[in-house]
Design a protein around this ligand. Structure first.
Ligand SMILES: Nc1ncnc2c1ncn2[C@@H]1O[C@H](COP(=O)(O)OP(=O)(O)O)[C@@H](O)[C@H]1O
Ligand SMILES: [Mg+2]
Length: 301
C-alpha cells in the first residue's frame, strides 16, 4: 500500500541525483532547486530516553557517509544537543522564531561536517512558547535552504504544545523508548496522539538501553501489537541501542560515542540505525515501503 510519505520524501524521489555525487551509502540528495530534505522528528513520551544521544550519533553517522545533515535542537527550554556535540553555539533557533532568521544563518558546523541549529536553553519563556510562535521554525523546516539532505529535529518529551507542534506538522516521527514500562506507556501515548492528529505520518521506533537485540524486538513487538489492535496502525522498527556505560563517558567528553568509542557495541548500534534510516529513505525513493520488523535491528550485536 502506498502511504502518504510527506513532502520531503515525495520530493526526494521526484528528482534525479545531484550531478557528481555518485550513489553510495547515502540517499539521493537535495540541492539548490532540487528535492527537499527528508525531515525526521525524534521524540519520546518520557524524558531521558536517549533522544539527544540518538540525534547526535545519527547526525555524525549520516555525515560520515556523505549525507548533508542538519540537526535542530527543538527541545524548547532544555536544549543540550550542542553539549553532546561539543559545539559552543553563538546563535540559536530563537533567532528563527523571534526575528525570522534562516536556519542556514543560525546553524554551525560540528563533528564530521554535520550542522547544528542549536536551541536556546535556560529561558523560562521558551518552554511555554505558543505554537503560533513556533510556526516560523516549522515553516523553516520546509526548506532548510537546499543545504541539507536529512534534517533531524530533536524535540522535547511528551505531548505538551511545544512538542506537538512538531509532531503534528512533520510526516516522519521517530519515537525513542526504553524497556521501562513507563517509557513504553508514554511512548504509546505519543504514538496514539500522532495517529489521531497526524494520521498520514509515518511512525518509526528505536528501542534504547536494551540488554540484547532480542529485548529490542520484544519491546517493539509489544508496541506494534497495541498500535495494531487499538489504532490499526503499523510501526516501523529502526533498531535498538544497547545499554552501554561508555555513553555516559562520551557525553562527559562532549563527543558522540560514534567518534569517542567507535568500536563500542553502542556505536555499532547507531551505525545500524543510520543504515536502517538510509535504507528506509531509499526504499521510499524506489516506491516501496517496508513495515513491521522487516530486517531491522540487525545492525549491532
Ligand atoms: N544506550 C544507553 N546506554 C547507557 N546510557 C544511556 C544510553 N542512552 C542514553 N543514556 C543516558 O541517558 C541520559 C539521557 O539521554 P538523552 O539523550 O539526553 O535523553 P533525552 O534527550 O531523551 O532527554 C544520557 O545522559 C545518558 O547518560
Ligand atoms: Mg534531549
Amino acid at each position: 500500500m502506498k502511504r502518504r510519505l510527506g513532502r520531503g520524501l515525495y520530493d526526494i524521489g521526484a528528482q534525479p541525483p545531484v550531478a557528481g555525487r555518485a550513489a553510495s551509502d547515502r540517499p539521493e540528495t537535495a540541492g539548490p532547486g532540487g528535492p527537499r530534505a527528508a525531515v525526521f522528528c525524534i521524540t519520546s513520551g518520557k524524558g531521558g530516553t536517549g533522544k539527544s544521544v540518538l540525534t547526535s550519533n545519527l547526525a555524525v553517522y549520516l555525515a560520515s557517509v556523505g549525507t548533508r545533515v542538519l540537526a535542530i535542537d527543538a527541545d524548547m527550554g532544555l536544549a543540550n544537543l550542542h553539549l553532546l556535540l561539543g559545539i559552543q553555539p553563538s546563535r540559536t533557533i530563537m533567532e528563527v522564531i523571534e526575528s525570522g532568521a534562516r536556519l542556514s544563518e543560525v546553524s554551525e558546523v560540528g563533528p564530521v561536517g554535520m550542522r547544528l541549529a542549536a536551541g536556546g536553553s535556560g529561558r523560562a519563556d521558551m518552554a511555554d512558547l505558543h505554537p503560533n510562535r513556533l510556526s516560523r521554525l516549522v515553516a523553516a523546516l520546509d526548506d532548510p535552504d537546499g543545504r541539507a539532505d536529512i534534517v533531524l529535529v530533536d524535540t522535547g518529551a511528551g505531548i505538551g504544545r511545544a512538542t506537538t507542534t512538531f509532531l503534528y506538522a512533520l510526516s516522519d516521527i521517530l519515537v525513542v523508548v526504553t524497556p521501562d514500562l513507563t517509557s513504553m506507556t508514554d511512548g504509546y501515548a505519543v504514538i496514539k496522539n500522532v495517529a489521531r492528529n497526524n494520521p498520514g505520518a509515518r511512525l518509526s521506533v528505536v528501542v534504547n538501553r536494551v540488554g540484547s537485540p532480542v529485548e529490542g524486538f520484544e519491546v517493539f513487538g509489544r508496541l506494534e501489537q497495541v498500535s495494531q489492535r487499538y489504532l490499526a496502525r503499523s510501526l516501523h522498527y529502526l533498531g535498538h541501542v544497547l545499554d552501554d556505560q561508555r555513553i555516559g563517558a562520551s557525553i562527559a567528553a562532549r563527543l558522540p560515542i560514534l567518534l569517542n568509542q567507535p568500536a563500542s557495541p553502542a556505536a555499532a548500534c547507531f551505525r545500524g540505525i543510520g543504515r536502517s534510516l538510509l535504507l528506509d529513505i531509499r526504499e521510499r525513493q524506489n516506491g516501496r515501503s517496508a513495515g513491521g520488523l522487516g530486517d531491522r535491528g540487525s545492525g549491532c550485536a
